[in-house]
Ligand binder design. Structure first.
Ligand SMILES: [Zn+2]
Length: 339
């Protein structure tokens, strides 16, 4: 039997909405004004009639990572809470509304903070910190499992992969999260051992959940800020796979049969400001020294060539021209050798 089983199915209230057994409810968590303006977080609760775990799915931590956002709308539309569902599904449709509305990459446009760097948040902080605090206390604290669903941001041409934290604080959490990663379905899985271990400075959404005893993974499916149908459908099918693994939906359990474990990775940053010209595609295999792209000045004169620091796979490469010194250009993952 899976952990997190509820014995009685009472109504669940989050923010302005309440879902009783068998109900699907949508509404908002209000983030009141503080040192800056108010915002709100659109969420849905799907409450089954039968007991089971509570799974939280978070989209839109970065507002231009849209394939997961559209996929969660599809999940809400197609799942039958009254008949099919065991347990509870909490959908955070767009965690970072200012970023979504203003189509920004990386950061909330109001305070220029990255929502996936400020957890567990602060009730009296700037807007990004207040959103993080609300998600920590109203979503993570009420969930048994969590997936933070990312994609390539508006500038990132990305091939699908998953982050699994081998945190080594709680073996149960690590092993359950590993199974979640295999159930989700991305065959490229980064083994991340470097996340902070202090719950009061957990920094990342997923790390906040893991450190609170709720197994969680971060997924990356989609690219360049577009709602590509194949990527939307991949996210959607992964949600259903994970729910079957957690026995929230009936049907056969499926796991990645031949995972490609990535034991280390490097985010490359631009040595100069200028114009970026990528020379590789997402998912491409590269050797140590393979040119990943060129930086030119605004007139087209080459000022730098960026090469891969290792043999591996291009997990993402920036696919749009604007580049600033110190900003990410791409990420290369090194494949764990067969042991
Ligand atoms: Zn992201």
């Amino acid at each position: 039997m899976l952990p997190g089983l509820l014995l009685t199915i009472q109504a669940l209230t989050i923010g302005s909405l309440t879902a009783r057994a068998g109900e699907k409810a949508s509404g908002y968590i209000d983030i009141p004004a503080g040192v800056d303006s108010a915002t709100r977080v659109p969420i849905s609760i799907l409450r089954g009639r039968q007991p089971g775990p509570t799974l939280a799915l978070v989209a839109g931590t970065h507002g231009s990572e849209v394939a997961p956002i559209i996929a969660l709308q599809r999940v809400r539309q197609t799942l039958d809470a009254a008949n099919d569902l065991r347990g509870t599904l909490i959908l955070v449709h767009v965690a970072n509304m200012p970023s979504f509305v203003h189509r920004t990459i990386y950061r909330n446009p109001w305070d220029q903070k990255n929502l996936n760097r400020v957890y567990p948040g602060k009730p009296n902080g700037t807007v990004t910190e207040r959103i993080a605090h609300a998600i920590t206390t109203q979503i993570i604290d009420k969930a048994d499992y969590l997936v933070d669903m990312h994609a390539g941001d508006g500038n990132e041409s990305l091939r699908p992969y998953t982050y699994w934290s081998d945190l080594r604080v709680d073996k149960r959490v690590d092993s359950l999260a590993k199974l979640m990663a295999l159930a989700w379905g991305n065959d490229h899985i980064i083994v991340d051992t470097g996340r902070p271990k202090d719950p009061a400075a957990s920094v990342y959404t997923t790390n906040t959940a893991n450190l609170r005893g709720k197994p969680a993974i971060t997924t990356e499916v989609g690219y360049l800020g577009v709602p590509d149908e194949e990527m939307i459908e991949r996210n959607y099918r992964s949600v259903l796979r994970l729910m079957r693994h957690l026995e929230m939906l009936p049907g056969p359990k499926e796991y990645v049969e031949h995972p490609v474990w990535i034991d280390r990775n490097e985010v490359l940053t631009s040595p100069e400001s200028g114009t970026w010209h990528a020379l590789v595609q997402r998912g491409q295999t590269v050797q140590k020294g393979t040119p990943l792209g060129r930086v030119t000045d605004y007139f087209g004169n080459e000022i730098a060539v960026v090469r891969s620091p290792m043999t591996g796979v291009v997990l993402y490469i920036v696919g749009t021209p604007a580049i600033t010194k110190g900003e990410p250009l791409g990420m290369v993952g090194h494949l764990l050798e067969e042991r």
